[in-house]
Design a protein around this ligand. Structure first.
Ligand SMILES: [Zn+2]
Length: 200
């Protein structure tokens, strides 16, 4: 279950004067407080919901809620309060999500860039992740590099989950060797059969 809800944060205190209190029928000054309600998920603030204002008569000490303000009180508070922008931390959750999203985007662009660079200049130890039989993925590891060809270790295993392909990239899986020309490798890449190259 996701734990979520709203919390309030006190954001401003101030005073207005020369207003009529509906309770003690006197011209008084009042202190008002502004709270901002915000939505949180697991205590991480996500966005502000609304502002709540309370005013207290300095003579009879009665507290008024926003809905009970007389028009002049409402106007004076509005004037005195000015424009209060919500504190940025109230959007923390949104920033965090945006951050993860941007980081994910950045690293996938970076991976693609690396792969397109590495394919042109294979090095011993490079791991190529590729599409295997339909719906399965596997990898090969470069064992030797010569002028036109590569000696590669074939992975004994396949996996049906592309995102978990790292799990089969373990030394004990690379037992059998094979030879392949650099040209053929490049072709596999051009046909998008090789989708990532990892270099340590
Ligand atoms: Zn009063």
């Amino acid at each position: 279950m996701i734990f979520y809800g709203t919390k309030s944060k006190h954001i401003k205190n101030d005073r207005i004067s020369n207003v009529d209190c509906q309770n003690c029928n006197t011209t008084v000054s009042m202190n008002y407080s502004v709270y901002e309600k915000y939505a949180h998920i697991y205590w991480i603030p996500f966005f502000p919901v609304k502002k709540l204002t309370f005013a207290e008569c300095n003579s009879c000490k009665k507290t008024f809620e926003q809905k009970d303000f007389s028009a002049p009180i409402k106007q004076k508070i509005h004037h005195s309060m000015g424009r209060i922008s919500s504190p940025l931390w109230m959007y923390s959750g949104i920033f965090i999500i945006a951050g993860f999203f941007l980081f994910g985007m950045y690293s996938s662009v970076q991976k693609e860039k690396d792969t397109s660079t590495f394919i042109k200049d294979p090095k011993v130890g490079d791991v190529y992740f590729l599409n295997s039989t339909k719906g399965f993925y596997t990898s090969v590891k470069i064992s030797e590099v010569s002028k036109d060809s590569l000696t590669i270790f074939l992975n004994d295993m396949e996996i049906d989950n592309k995102t978990n392909i790292d799990k089969i990239d373990i030394d004990t899986n690379y037992k059998n060797k094979s030879n392949v020309s650099k040209k053929e490798m490049q072709k596999l890449y051009d046909e998008s059969k090789i989708f990532e190259i990892k270099r340590n």
